[in-house]
Write a protein that binds this ligand. Structure first.
Ligand code: HEC
Ligand code: HEC
Length: 326
């Protein structure tokens, strides 16, 4: 993670560079101001007229700077020095108040979170399935989804290439309320190594891709599929002999229609040759994300309620817990 509290400088040099220019700038301003404000009109002395005049009647006099103006400039310089003592500004010097923009952002964010939590917090005491049945909670969940999830999973949550559809009953990491909550909180990474060499390059990948299509009962080239059958042994360890995957180990079913990376012959061949590695970023505070528990609870309920949610394994027949009354 980025260390927000640390220095912004990658090398000590820039710290001294910035600090030196800041000090020189202040000294230069002081010198400039004092050198330009030493002259004072003596008693009865008149300011000289500078030649020439413009347009016949616009004249320039060399009056000295008014004193109040001069003191205002000195005041500004000393304000600047005071500021640099209190706040960061001199290279990496942090300032005596210890102010950081990250801290300020975090304080503001915590304050807003606390405000939201008055509304969202109470749902945490209800089961995810109960929350999913509450229209008001679903609306909040949807708003959160639009903000934090739609850029990857799409605003309808149906995913896209590389990003799983969250509305179907096919889950790579499990579809119970707990599974979904865990996917969101901690993030997920499923990884398939590049298998091009194992299947004998492009041609082999094409053959295995056709065999995969045949396993799912989809249109395929029978001759290529036959040639790919033996090579599928390299895949069976993870995706199973029959290509149905292993839900418990996040190895996807290759026989259904839920493709994360595309189900055409060429998309499957690309999955084989390149390997695949999805990355769902962790969202919870504890994992370095920006969402607190209340928001994750609402999001899990929203996703669970999109249509593909599964019953929790332990309490299989017990369906929806009664909503807590409040
Ligand atoms: C940066 C892109 C990105 C963002 C943002 C993102 N996800 Fe994901 N999500 C993914 C990817 C990629 C996967 C699949 C990971 C894999 O295949 O290894 C995934 C997987 C999931 C899964 C598991 C799906 C399964 O089949 O088991 C859930 C649930 C999920 N995301 C929900 C969310 C929610 C809710 C949010 C918003 C808080 C969110 N995601 C934000 C990219 C993202
Ligand atoms: C070490 C385990 C492993 C092996 C071996 C392996 N895979 Fe995979 N495969 C995975 C995982 C894990 C994913 C999911 C990657 C992700 O979600 O980003 C995956 C994803 C895929 C996908 C994409 C599925 C989709 O929804 O788009 C295809 C196609 C695929 N594998 C085919 C194969 C074939 C064919 C072989 C044999 C040549 C093979 N895999 C070998 C683990 C494996």
């Amino acid at each position: 993670m980025i260390d927000f509290a640390g220095s912004d400088f990658f090398s000590e040099f820039w710290h001294y560079y910035v600090a030196a220019f800041t000090v020189l700038g202040i000294l230069f301003s002081l010198w400039l101001l004092s050198s330009q404000t030493t002259k004072k009109l003596a008693e009865g002395e008149q300011a000289e007229m500078m030649a020439p005049t413009w347009d016949g009647d616009l004249q320039e006099l060399n009056n000295p700077l008014p004193r109040w103006w001069m003191w205002m400039f000195y005041g500004l310089i000393f304000f600047g020095i005071g500021y640099l003592v209190l706040y960061p500004g001199m290279g990496k010097y942090a300032g005596t108040l210890g102010w950081t923009s990250f801290k300020e952002w975090k304080d503001d964010k915590d304050a807003v979170d606390a405000e939201f939590d008055k509304v969202m917090g109470p749902y945490k005491n209800q089961s995810i399935m109960a929350v999913a049945a509450d229209p008001k909670a679903r609306e909040m969940g949807q708003n959160l989804f639009m903000t934090y999830c739609s850029q990857c999973h799409g605003s309808s949550a149906q995913g896209g290439k590389g990003f799983p559809n969250l509305t179907d009953a096919q889950w790579l990491f499990g579809g119970t309320p707990e599974d979904i909550q865990a996917s969101i909180s901690g993030g997920r990474i499923a990884e398939m190594p590049p298998m091009g060499d194992a299947v004998g390059g492009e041609q082999g990948a094409k053959e295995v891709a056709n065999y995969v299509l045949s396993l799912g009962g989809k249109p395929h080239d029978a001759a290529l599929a036959a040639a790919g059958q033996a090579k599928f042994a390299a895949c069976a360890g993870c995706h199973g002999e029959n290509g149905k995957g292993m839900a418990a180990a996040s190895f996807p079913d290759l026989t259904d229609d839920a493709w994360q990376y595309g189900g055409s012959e060429s998309a499957i061949a690309q999955s084989i040759i390149k390997g695949r590695k999805g990355g769902m970023p962790a969202q919870s505070h504890a994992s370095g994300g920006v969402l607190n528990d209340s928001k994750i609870h609402l999001l899990a309920a929203y996703v669970w309620g999109l249509g593909g949610g599964k019953q929790p394994a332990a309490s299989a027949p017990a369906v929806v817990a009664a909503p807590a009354s409040n």
